[in-house]
Design a protein around this ligand. Sequence first.
Ligand SMILES: Nc1nc2c(ncn2[C@@H]2O[C@H](COP(=O)(O)OP(=O)(O)OP(=O)(O)O)[C@@H](O)[C@H]2O)c(=O)[nH]1
Ligand SMILES: [Mg+2]
Length: 195
Amino acid sequence: MIISSAEFLTSAAKKGQYPPEGVPEIAFAGRSNVGKSSLLNLLTGRKGLAKVSSSPGKTRTINFFLINGSFRIVDLPGYGYAKVSKAESERWGRMMEDYLEGRKDLIKVVQLVDSRHEPSAQDVQMYDYLRYFGLSGVVVLTKTDKISKNELNRNISLIKRTLKLDADDIIIPVSALKKTGTEELLACMEGLLNS
Ligand SMILES: Nc1nc2c(ncn2[C@@H]2O[C@H](COP(=O)(O)OP(=O)(O)OP(=O)(O)O)[C@@H](O)[C@H]2O)c(=O)[nH]1
Ligand SMILES: [Mg+2]
């Protein structure tokens, strides 16, 4: 698949603000700062499409992007950002549940984890949650430019074990810096959209 057009649609904090139904959606989930927004920019070749920041907690609402006029990529707000208040994290939980459990057009959630580390307890919790709702199956490992090939291979095993991945779960290493992994991810997304 080639992305020939990408357009920001809307930013939603609640259901009433979602774009109309009837278009398939693939969402990106993961801890704050893992690289969800960067990945969207990488895939679309549009640097400023989604806002990226070196300080975690940049994306705080659900952001919808229309791709090739035919499907949407949904950039979700990250979790695990230490500085948020209890009220803020409850707000996050409600916002995520409303979307993940209530969105008919959502076909899959791509789970992003940092390729450098063992997945956090919240990563495991998120993946279990996605599995429960039948939305799991694709894991993207980000920031692979920061580690060696050997470390990456070691961490792939660790991540598989920690997230308890199934044999048919797909793991795609990416680097927004080196612009690698996009073809694999786009092919995977094309498969999801056609199945
Ligand atoms: N070296 C390197 N840095 C990356 C990569 N992907 C993202 N980053 C950096 O990581 C930081 C966070 O990236 P974002 O894309 O804003 O992360 P996010 O997951 O959208 O974060 P939230 O919106 O807070 O949930 C930024 O400083 C990015 O430049 C990558 O593949 N390699
Ligand atoms: Mg973001």
